[in-house]
Ligand binder design. Structure first.
Ligand code: SAM
Length: 472
């Protein structure tokens, strides 16, 4: 058999960008195919080099700009165009909200087969803070940082190859050295820059992501709206002297940290789930407040990453749940139980289900901390544990709140909801497509009556949506 020669991928000229698509990309239609282009905006006219071509779609890279969309605004971050963090900062915030709202209604119509005219769709709740809104950032050390085209093209020698920052999208071994990140309030940037300086001064090795070796591996910075800060260092080698030296130097530069901790990860995979944190100085947790509740957030705890918008989101959930005080409420995919705890004062009983054991332990301690005696947390896979015997034991739900991961609910879970007899379902989702799919699957017994999107992640394409479904 002769070898098949690959045809060169085309350069498409004067392509007009017409919309936005998943993963923060923009799109155009060229010869009956969809073309996805990163960092473009509707209204741009561009020459695009196709980098990948499939039957239904193409992906390309901008090689020449003919004209930029009048919709555009100047990106505020020097790393825009390379960093995967804030891909929509070239769009004005009102447009970002409009596109997010559109994404929700399109999915409800197309996948959920709903007539949006029959659903009360509330305007998306925008975020007051559109920068510096995250309470957690995870950075990676790299011994070979990503070099910009200018750096490569210039004849100058590169004097600093180490980097501490965020991954270039889709590249596990490429880390962009971040000078200023616009996602987390200071002292986040000063801490990251100082820790890099400490590591360089001490001559410690930055992690080699291919060979899987090096001392300085990851850095997690968490903070709260009240100004508490936690620094968690992850070391790639178990070198007590170097670890103590680094931690002491961080403590000296930032004596006011609420919590300073570290972990050692000598495994290949970067997951922290099975690592034990060591508290070097201060408290083992930060305190997040929501109305009269307090949540302890430890080095590994999950907590909604936009604290202020989490309050808005939970307010919508509580409003849609319409609790009178006597109801049995099931909180499916409860995580560390924050929705369950938030709703417990308004319900008769709350049953939270979650498959990460550690999260369930946190959920129980959050409930204890807030004296919420009417909560029960069950650990296990939703498809297995949310069944008749659980409902026989804990009571049949009047209201179900469900907040599944991006993939949506397992068909067995959908089936169980259909058989639960619940009057109302509040469906919280970070993926409007799977949410619309599940709403359709529930439509034999439940009708979508309200929809409210909440913007948890300004400057990105991500949208959180809450649906209220009522039994018909
Ligand atoms: C989107 S998060 C919800 C977090 C939580 N409701 C909150 O607001 O903090 C989804 C949760 O579902 C859990 N999860 C994912 N798949 C699961 C499954 N098959 N069974 C049980 N829990 C699951 C994840 O561990 C995660 O905590």
């Amino acid at each position: 058999m002769g070898r098949r020669h690959k045809r060169p991928l085309p350069l498409l000229e004067r392509v007009e960008i017409t919309g936005v698509a998943a993963e923060g990309k923009a799109l155009a239609r060229v010869n009956d195919k969809v073309l996805f282009v990163p960092f473009a905006a509707p209204g741009d006219v561009l020459d695009v080099q196709v980098r990948r071509s499939r039957k239904q779609y193409m992906e390309g890279e901008v090689v020449r700009v003919h004209s930029l969309s009048p919709m555009r605004v100047e990106p505020f971050c020097e790393h825009f165009g390379t960093c995967g963090g804030c891909k929509w900062q070239h769009l004005p915030y009102e447009k970002q909200l409009e596109f997010k709202q559109q994404q929700v209604t399109d999915n409800l119509e197309r996948i959920g087969k709903l007539d949006p005219g029959l659903v009360k769709v509330y305007p998306i709740a925008g975020s007051d803070k559109t920068t510096f809104y995250r309470n957690k950032m995870e950075y990676t050390f790299s011994n070979r940082r990503w070099l910009s085209r200018d750096e490569i093209d210039s004849e100058r020698a590169i004097d600093e190859v180490e980097g501490l920052g965020l991954h270039v999208p889709g590249m596990f071994d490429k880390v962009l050295d971040i000078k200023k990140c616009w996602l987390q309030e200071d002292p986040s940037n000063s801490i990251r820059l100082a820790i890099k300086e400490i590591a360089l001064e001490k001559g410690f090795s930055f992690f080699d992501l291919r060979a899987n070796e090096g001392l300085m591996r990851n850095l997690v910075i968490r903070n709260t709206p009240d100004g508490q800060v936690m620094v968690l260092m992850i070391f790639g080698q178990d070198d007590p002297e170097a670890i103590a030296g680094t931690m002491q130097a961080i403590h000296q530069r930032f004596p006011g940290l609420h919590s300073l901790a570290y972990m050692v990860n000598t495994k290949r995979n970067p997951s922290m789930a099975d690592l034990e944190p060591v508290i070097f100085k201060g408290s083992p947790f930060l305190e997040e407040h929501m109305e009269e509740l307090v949540f302890h957030v430890g080095p590994k705890s999950f907590f909604q990453t936009n604290s202020l918008q989490a309050r808005v989101l939970y307010g919508v959930i509580r409003n849609f749940a319409g609790l009178q005080g006597h109801e049995v409420l099931f909180d499916l995919y409860t995580g560390t139980g924050s929705i369950a705890c938030f709703l417990a004062p308004k319900a008769g009983k709350v049953v939270g289900i979650e498959y990460v054991d550690e999260a369930v332990t946190h959920a129980r301690s959050n409930a204890r901390l807030n004296s919420l005696g009417n909560t029960v947390f069950v650990a296990g896979d939703m498809a297995d544990v949310f069944d008749e015997s659980l409902m026989d034991k804990e009571g049949y739900p009047h209201v179900i709140v469900t907040d599944p991961p991006r993939a949506g609910m397992h068909p067995k879970v959908v089936k169980q909801i259909l058989q639960s007899g619940a009057e109302r379902i509040v469906y919280v989702s970070c993926n409007p497509a799977t949410q619309a799919r599940d709403a359709e699957l529930l439509s034999s017994r439940y009708k979508v009556v309200k929809s409210q999107a909440v913007d948890m992640f300004p400057q990105t394409q991500h949208v959180e949506n809450v649906l209220l479904l009522k039994r018909v």
